[in-house]
Design a protein around this ligand. Structure first.
Ligand code: ATP
Ligand code: MG
Ligand code: MG
Ligand code: MG
Length: 472
């Protein structure tokens, strides 16, 4: 049964409201929590409740929200899978010692099978390693044995950051069909491919993680759940990718119009269209919540997303000021649910325009240098030093260098490039730059931030992001 994103959002919130949960607004993308860089899950605003520092007023048994989330840990796979976005909406319900596993599993099953009318034979359930209790609960609801599996910490122990409320979890997957899988005989829920689509995580929040790694039991047993709205929309709309759901497909269409291309014609172009659609939404919401582009912290994440969107647009022939076309469409599509993006529209437009101007100028200079280098080239390989100069002096992303060179049948010596990069990192370290991020922004030219997505070194700029990247 087809459902719009708006219908699913409302059905979820009213379902849990009827169960006795208080419907609360999404919190800001800027968390009220120094251990986190950005709000990456629905539970973030409820940490004080899990810790019993705050109490929910009677007669509510819990809360339910749709939460704006930005995740940096998925950034380099955005658009390459159908299910990962940098910005997404998470539907959730939360219990602070009132209801627990038994009720939650029953409701998750009922909502999936009776409200959304998902066919039970396509649902799969995972539990944390030794959680026999939850296996029994799923079975009692009619889930057959061979649709339940056990997974380890990586998948089924959930934490928002290095410390704080956390616990084992149980997740629900929708089988999109073998044709969307990796084909491996081991393909099963938890596989990285898109066949088994994880759509709902039910966390049994029982611990308070300490700095030293120990897990102290929380005073009460809690529930923290998260369902990806875009993922559910893909299921309900019969499409395999989040990018083909109503809201995101409209943003892909903005790119089609601007670039004069058709989605589905060319894999590289499609990837760019997906990335721009995703990143434009993230930056619009981030600016609306008061984040400004900068070279550190969350402003750095914003700048990275902005520049990556601009670069991807450049690759498909869209230049000049174009991102505001996306902003207008995002405001039209989502402004009724998130009035902050409407109220801050002028700020969003202005900041994006300024960044487009700065970044666009650099892209053009780098391109002129590259044209010159390619023109003078003897042989079929552009040297690593040349690619490095483009990066270092012109701030030209090596990915773009490769793209353009390869278009002329010319390879880029990536080993030489990596060696030059490594030498640069050494110099930065020797110069006493405190961390990798500082090194990049000090020595790497203004695009250095983009580079680490394609280089061998993962972004480890500051503790919160590194922690998020590890545990989410
Ligand atoms: P995956 O394994 O697919 O990366 P996850 O296990 O990291 O997902 P959780 O941390 O369990 O995701 O988040 C709860 C739910 O939020 C997921 O089940 C999914 O529906 C949704 N979700 C998580 N990350 C993303 C994302 N990057 N884009 C869209 N939805 C997401
Ligand atoms: Mg997962
Ligand atoms: Mg999960
Ligand atoms: Mg993930």
């Amino acid at each position: 049964r087809y459902m719009t994103t708006a219908e699913i959002r409302e059905k979820y919130l009213s379902y849990f409201e009827e169960k006795g949960c208080k419907r609360m607004p999404s919190s800001s993308l800027i968390p009220d929590d120094p251990s986190l860089l950005l709000t990456s899950a629905g539970m973030v605003q409820f940490k004080p409740y899990f810790l019993q520092q705050k109490q929910l007023e009677a007669p509510y048994i819990g809360t339910t929200t749709v939460q704006k989330c930005v995740r940096t840990n998925d950034i380099d796979i955005i658009g390459t899978t159908g299910r990962h976005l940098s910005f997404f909406e998470m539907l959730g319900n939360f219990s602070f010692g009132a209801y627990f596993k038994e009720e939650m599993c029953a409701w998750a099953y009922d909502f999936s099978v009776n409200v959304l009318e998902l066919p039970p034979e396509r649902l799969y359930f995972t539990v944390f390693e030794d959680d026999d209790e939850t296996i029994e609960i799923w079975k009692s609801l009619g889930v057959p044995d061979d649709h339940i599996s056990r997974l380890g910490e990586d998948d089924n122990f959930w934490r928002a950051g290095p410390t704080g409320p956390c616990g084992p979890c149980s997740e629900i997957y929708f089988d999109q069909g073998p044709e969307f899988g990796c084909g491996s005989p081991d393909c099963a829920p938890g596989c990285d491919c898109d066949r088994f689509l994880e759509y709902w995580n039910c966390v049994f929040t029982q611990y308070d993680g300490q700095e030293d790694g120990t897990l102290l039991p929380l005073p009460k047993k809690n529930i923290d759940t998260g369902m990806g709205l875009e993922r559910m929309a893909a299921i309900m709309q019969g499409v395999q990718s989040n990018y083909e759901t109503d809201v995101l497909r409209s943003l892909v269409a903005v790119g089609e119009r601007l670039a004069g291309v058709t989605y589905g014609d060319n894999a590289d172009t499609d990837l760019s269209l997906r990335i721009i659609a995703d990143h434009s939404r993230a930056v619009t919401f981030m600016i609306a919540d008061g984040i400004l582009p900068s070279n550190e912290g969350r402003g750095y994440v914003l700048r990275r997303l902005l520049r990556r969107a601009i670069m991807k647009a450049h690759l498909i022939g869209v230049e000049g000021h174009f991102l505001n076309e996306y902003v207008d469409e995002i405001v039209r599509l989502m402004g009724d649910v998130y009035p902050e993006i409407v109220e801050n529209r002028e700020l969003e437009r202005k900041l994006i325009l300024a960044e487009e101007e700065r970044f666009g100028a650099t892209l053009r200079q780098g391109q002129a240098y590259l044209e010159d280098a390619l023109g003078k080239l003897e042989g079929a390989t552009l040297s690593g030093e040349e690619a490095f100069t483009l990066h270092d002096t012109y701030g030209f992303p090596v990915e773009v260098t490769q793209e353009i060179a390869e278009g002329r049948g010319i390879a880029v010596d990536m080993e030489g490039f990596e060696a030059a990069m490594e030498a640069q990192r050494e110099r930065a370290r020797a110069a006493g730059a405190k961390d990798a991020e500082a090194a990049w922004s000090t020595y790497g030219g203004i695009y250095a931030d983009l580079l680490n997505e394609f280089g061998p070194t993962k972004f480890t700029g500051y503790a919160a992001t590194a922690a998020e990247a590890k545990v989410l």
